[in-house]
Design a protein around this ligand. Structure first.
Ligand SMILES: Nc1ncnc2c1ncn2[C@@H]1O[C@H](COP(=O)(O)OP(=O)(O)O)[C@@H](O)[C@H]1O
Ligand SMILES: O=P(O)(O)OC[C@H]1O[C@H](OP(=O)(O)OP(=O)(O)O)[C@H](O)[C@@H]1O
Length: 201
């Protein structure tokens, strides 16, 4: 079953796009997305479904059991889904409908589904965030959501390569978050607009 389209996010057909935010674990994807959403309210983050226990820190997600996730996937409830870190992740099918109707959305995706996502979504772009390995290790330890063993395996996955044919904006997040967000806004063309204007539907 598909949730109804969120018309508060709708713009004009032909203007929609999905910004895929990618990068290694701990690089700052969720932090950058939260700050971008604040700075550009017309580009809201996607709430992912994840087979992660509820109530863990970080992003706002829909916690599903494996059975719930698999049933949702079988019913066409996701436009994209993948597995990583021993978890299943899904992007609601309604997000594709929203973007096809002109909305701008951003989603934390696996680098492994970018080629598929580029074929599905109109206006598809990638925001690839990088940071030094020592920065990643320090941030994952400080975040404290994963065990030391999980952190090791996340760091081992850090250097996944991107398909060179994708439209990619590269951003470094080794320095202050505000500087990274300013660069991302500039690179994505969101620096001066995208705040909803009065009367806009
Ligand atoms: N520029 C930054 N400077 C300092 N800490 C940061 C910065 N960006 C993110 N963090 C912190 O690093 C940790 C990992 O960030 P997070 O957004 O969860 O990364 P990801 O979603 O890529 O795994 C969090 O504790 C976050 O507060
Ligand atoms: O294939 P990759 O590009 O390596 O990505 C694998 C997964 O890692 C991230 O998950 P999650 O947000 O749960 O972890 P993170 O916050 O530690 O990055 C990302 O959103 C993917 O779901």
């Amino acid at each position: 079953m598909t949730a109804p389209r969120d018309d508060t996010q709708a713009a004009r057909p032909g203007t929609g796009r999905l910004i895929a935010v990618v990068g290694p674990s701990g690089v700052g994807k969720d932090s950058v997305m939260q700050a971008l959403a604040h700075a550009a309210p017309g580009v809201q983050p996607v709430r992912r479904a994840i087979t992660r226990p509820p109530g863990q820190s970080g992003e706002d997600y829909e916690a599903l059991s494996l059975d719930q996730f698999q049933a949702r996937a079988a019913n066409g409830g996701f436009c994209l889904h993948w597995q990583a870190h021993g978890l299943h992740y899904g992007i609601p099918a309604a997000v594709l409908d929203d973007v096809q109707h002109g909305a701008q959305r951003m989603a934390n995706l696996s680098r492994g589904v970018l080629t598929q996502a580029a074929q599905l979504f109109p206006g598809f772009v990638v925001l690839n965030i990088t940071a030094a390995p020592a920065t990643l290790a320090q941030r994952l330890q400080a975040r404290g959501r994963e065990t030391p063993t999980d952190i090791e395996s996340r760091l081992a996955r850090a250097s996944a390569q991107l398909d060179p044919s994708l439209p990619v904006h590269h951003i470094e997040n080794d320095g202050p978050l505000a500087a990274t967000v300013a660069s991302a806004l500039q690179s994505l063309g969101l620096a001066q607009h995208d705040a909803p204007t009065e009367g806009q539907t």
